[in-house]
Ligand binder design. Structure first.
Ligand code: ATP
Length: 147
């Protein structure tokens, strides 16, 4: 399946913008023509998980961007929330792993979202990484090779 990744991301962002009164911005630095080979529903699920987390673990704005870099497409989801301690950053992609058990229990969730996202990204020959400092929020970056 050929997926127009910019339109797909834009649609997902719009869905959240309608559902939330929060500030959710979208910055597009790439042509609408960019196409990935993959499963549209699964890729949508990745965006959904990352944006949902960004909203859930922060109270300020959420910034979403898409850009090209070295024949790869980069999707960034940035929040200004609690952030993720460096020591935990690798483990958040594990199944059922949650950083702050007590606080996370309040927010709900199973700890499965990021492990599902990581599996889908891997299936699409991509990479998912996180950059974060405690108290300064988190940026999740998903990278896919383009056709
Ligand atoms: P669910 O998948 O059911 O929504 P979850 O959000 O706990 O539950 P994951 O999406 O796998 O599960 O996230 C794992 C853990 O990583 C979360 O419990 C949270 O501690 C941490 N985390 C994920 N995204 C962020 C974020 N944007 N900011 C801070 N912590 C995060």
């Amino acid at each position: 399946e050929q997926v127009h990744i910019v339109a797909l991301l834009e649609e997902t962002v719009t869905t959240f913008q309608i559902a939330y009164t929060r500030e959710i911005t979208f910055k597009k630095d790439v042509s609408d023509e960019v196409v990935l080979t993959g499963n549209r529903d699964q890729l949508e699920q990745v965006f959904y998980i990352l944006i949902d987390n960004a909203l859930k673990y922060s109270e300020d704005k959420v910034e979403i961007g898409i850009e090209l870099e070295h024949k790869q497409v980069l999707i960034k989801v940035r929040d200004y929330g609690s952030g993720i301690p460096e020591a935990e950053q690798a483990r958040i992609f594990d199944r059922f792993y949650r950083v702050d058990k007590a606080r996370s229990r309040d927010t709900g969730g199973t700890g499965l979202g990021l492990s599902i996202a990581a599996a889908i990204v891997k299936e699409h020959q991509g990479e998912i990484t996180v950059q974060s400092k405690v108290g300064e929020g988190a940026t999740f970056v998903v990278t896919f090779p383009i056709v």
